[in-house]
Design a protein around this ligand. Sequence first.
Ligand code: NDP
Length: 529
Amino acid sequence: MSAQTTTYTATLRDIISLDPATGEEVGRATLCSAEDVAHAIERARAAQKAWSALTFRERARVVLNARELVLSEMDEIARLISRESGKPVAEAVAMEIVPTLDLMRYFARRTTRLLKPEKIDIGLYGLMGRSSRVVYRPLGVIGIISPWNFPWAIPLGEVVMALMAGNAVVLKPSELTPMVGLRIAETFRRAGLPEGLLEVVTGDGTTGAALAAAVVDKIMFTGSVATGRRVAEAAAKTLTPVVLELGGKDPMIVFEDADIEAAASAAVWGAFANSGQACASVERCYVHTRVAPQFTARVVEKTRALRQHAGTHPDSDLGAMSSVGQLRTVEEHLRDAVTRGARVLVGGGRPLDLHGGHFHQPTVLADVDHTMMVMREETFGPVLPVMTFADEAEAISLANDSLFGLTASVWTRDVRRGRRVATRIEAGTVMVNEVLYTHGIAQTPWGGVKQSGIGRTHGRLGLMELVAPYHIHVNHLARFEDVWWFNYTPRATELFRGLARRFATGSAWQTLLLAPQMMKRFIERRSKT
Ligand code: NDP
């Protein structure tokens, strides 16, 4: 279905969205075909021209209207997120709605400044009466393909940034969370967004593949490495640029001087929030041998205290996992770890008292090593493997021993040490004494290195992904023809040698020494014409 009032061509199937905690139907949405995707792109392209001609303030008005609607309908939206994804309502508010309200305010107010034309210092060319500026123009139509784990915050943030930059959007939400995707579109429609600017194409992987293969101006993809690779391959055929926000295997390093109580709480939240289904979840914990017994004991106690219910239950810390497929991945990783010698300290399976949903107990493992899947591959579930290290060098080497590089966290009371270690860890974001949450900061860039992705979202760097920089260069002394123009004489070649030796040093004094040769060249050129 479209965000607007458009009716799609008849489709053979609907996708049915189910509550993973109860199996109840949450809603139905159209399985959009490649043709539907093409029509959505056409509508978006037609609408984008007028939208890009508006001022930032005019675009911001719509975003701020939408923000008001989100604020006033927060509980209803949080409940929908919880029912479709399984996460607790409280977490939907804290981790999806709060950050997006902040992001909407930030980009509505700041995009003018963030995309202000920039004067570039062009060195000696400036002294020659030239100037350069970069102006930022919207790309056109942005295709956003988003996952189910943060079905509101991930696409909404990108939608807001793309719209503020003057683009139109075609959004493909996950088949597990289509109703949240449609709710985003409905919110913007009621906020006064003109028709066509935000098209939502619900569907499954085939719909996503159709969007990746279509001619849009950029694809913002968030999802797994395997699908990201397929999206990049499809986009390469049309030379469509892509931003890939992919998986993680994020390490947490706890040094011997860390605040153990805070670090243990952070490890439990970082590993088990959203049932561990966050790309930035703590997936590997490395703790200094000296504090390992104390730290691990506190982690186990805090994990035991977590309450697991359906996400809509008022006392739920952990809800159901979003799909049975994800649950099985967790079970496979646990089986592999235990077979190879890992010890389950708490949890370890499906809870006996919760039936009919895809629940998995929060699980802490000890005696793990890097031969195990649970330390190498993305588990994306409520599993916290804890391993020890002896010194800083070993901790860094273990943290970097991964194909992924999304986020990492370092725990120490010595912030200088924290910063030093942070600069040696291969991850797009390294937090010192913090964990997981910086996707929620609108101002900071988000993205990974290694197989965790390409490009950035959020912050100024993320906004830059959604515009094209145009360089405008002006010669303010147009009546003096350039010395390097035709025709090439021996005198010209001699001057060019001088330019190589002196002008290219960047020194005005060196260049001044070329003044007599330049004068002769001017006279020579003038006498030829
Ligand atoms: P998937 O890669 O399975 O799916 C992501 C999106 O791509 C979904 O909308 C999916 O549709 C769609 N899709 C599926 N097949 C194709 C295809 N062939 N071409 C184009 N699109 C397709 O990821 P998950 O939804 O399982 O999300 C979990 C993954 O996302 C984890 O690896 C996690 O780490 C990563 N992630 C990364 C984040 C980051 O910021 N780096 C943030 C959040 C998650 P459908 O669901 O309908 O099949």
